[in-house]
Design a protein around this ligand. Structure first.
Ligand code: SAM
Length: 242
């Protein structure tokens, strides 16, 4: 049916993800606003509120793309030390340009790296964030394990990601929106229906709230908490390395 998705061969996923973000990098920010009707800004604000950035702390924003989370962290805590890690050079270079355009100041560095094997020392990070990134990673558990590795004891993990609608009624509207309207918007605004089709499918395949929490616990995270946003369209997961 029209809600069905094509199975993804893990061997091909990484290449596909690269192609998607190469092709959307320049239009990514406009598209983000269009596809979420601007709501991604509220979700990101909710993430930053929960993270509560502090000067002097070391933040690693993985799949940091065009810098939205990193810039917001520095906006709250100009003395924070922030590294953006993203696997895609095009996204990182758009991020650098944006940082200059926005006049972002502070200790900000960039790393072209895979969330599954970060070139970051063990126990070196206070807070790990990943926003709308985990669903693009080929092996989620490997990324979770690497997040746990780079965090210091007492450090905290946050994942903001599209999730699964928990409000009855909203699910039907959301399905219509994402499977019918969104790829059309992608075709119209980014001239790229395929990429946005991929995004919609990757959201559906991503583990539901409780399953992701369980997989976080499985790699060692403790005191795992979930906050649903907009009825579960998105969710924030948090966990501690203790
Ligand atoms: N965090 C940003 C935001 O919230 O606007 C960007 C999110 S964007 C939807 C997803 C990003 O994940 C892309 O920049 C993509 O290059 C990156 N990505 C995909 N697979 C990755 C991986 N295995 N490791 C690191 N980054 C990855």
């Amino acid at each position: 049916g029209w809600f069905g998705f094509r199975p993804v061969d893990p061997a091909q996923k990484a290449g596909m993800v690269r192609q998607v973000f190469d092709s959307v990098a320049s239009s990514y920010d406009v598209m983000n606003d269009a596809m979420s009707l601007g709501v991604h800004r509220l979700w990101k604000a909710a993430l930053i509120d929960w993270v509560a950035p502090r000067d002097g702390r070391r933040y690693l924003d993985v799949a940091g793309g065009t810098g939205d989370i990193a810039f917001r962290i520095l906006g709250r805590a100009p003395g924070a030390r922030v590294t953006i890690a993203d696997i895609n050079e095009s996204m990182v270079s758009v991020g650098r340009d944006r940082a200059l355009d926005k006049g972002i100041k502070g200790d900000l560095s960039y790393l072209v790296a895979d969330a599954q094997s970060l070139p970051v020392p063990d126990s070196s990070v206070d807070t790990y964030t990943i926003a709308f990134g985990l669903r693009n990673v080929t092996h989620i558990d490997q990324a979770l394990a690497d997040a746990f590795r780079v965090l210091r004891p007492g450090g905290r993990f946050f994942c903001l990601e599209f999730s699964h609608v928990i409000l009855p009624g909203l699910d039907k509207i959301y399905d219509l929106y994402s499977f019918k309207l969104l790829p059309e918007l992608g075709a119209l605004i980014a001239k790229d229906r395929e990429s946005y089709q991929y995004l919609v499918e990757s959201i559906r395949r991503f583990p539901p709230q409780e399953e992701l929490a369980e997989r976080m616990r499985a790699v060692g995270f403790e005191r795992v908490e979930i906050r649903n946003l907009s009825g579960g369209i998105a969710a924030i997961h948090s966990g501690w390395k203790l």
